[in-house]
Write a protein that binds this ligand. Sequence first.
Ligand SMILES: [Ca+2]
Length: 313
Amino acid sequence: MSARKIIIDTDPGQDDAVAILLALASPEDLDLLGITCVAGNVPLPLTSKNARITCEAASRTDVPVYAGSKAPLARPLITAEHVHGQTGLDGPKLWEPQMPLAEGHGVDFIIATLRAQEPGTVTLCTLGPLTNIAAAFNTAPDIIERVQEIVMMGGAYFEVGNITPAAEFNIYADPEAAEIVFRSGAPITVMPLDVTHKVLATKPRVEAIRALNTRVGRFTAEMLDFFERFDMEKYGSEGGPLHDPCVIAWLLKPELFSGRHVNVEIETSSSLTLGMTVADWWGVTDRKPNALFIGDADADGFFTLLTERLARL
Ligand SMILES: [Ca+2]
């Protein structure tokens, strides 16, 4: 089987960077056509810089990195420096990337790629707010049916929220974009907080990555050293949740995960619950399922996969 073609849409973010590295470490499984950046964890100039730093850390400057949307569709930008640090990638010593941004807008790259490739052969991996994907669907509705699948980190049901009591950051940051994507009809797999909060970068797991004793191993461990502080203080958990790499791990080893096909609607108006992913987990409505909503993961299997793959870089 040939490698599955993917575009990673992202707002790095330490966990985004780990997801990108995992994809770059898996060329026989995943053909990374390009990376499109969006404002999210930090503003666009930083996310588009951090994506290039990550590619350079893996010596993969051949992957085109595009800047995309600098603000949500209909709202002011909110960011999460309180989680990720001022750079978005706090932890390792960072450098000014040498590789330039690819020319053109990330949204145009998504549209052009979906039109150029055979229908049903490109998967969109979304690791940040859904602004770029919704903008592409709005501008070029013909591409929606050409999408093989959207695999996203976003939302929550049992874990409810992390940026507000009711909402997960990626959905809350651009709920109108999320609504467009969930109503698009494209096949969607969701990695909500319900699963990512089970995939914790505990000390022994981080030390196993550091012990690879490679540039990528040290870079990753130093990011995770910083990243875990916030969640350990906030939740008292054993380590930071590796949200975004779940998206890539699912493409590599879906047997590590389990979930349900359910209906997911996005709250876009209530000030109290804005950005909530209203997932019909218990099937109490007759609303049509529109997403595979993941609920559980084999965390040890996930970290074994991640560590083995990072060792290749
Ligand atoms: Ca992210």
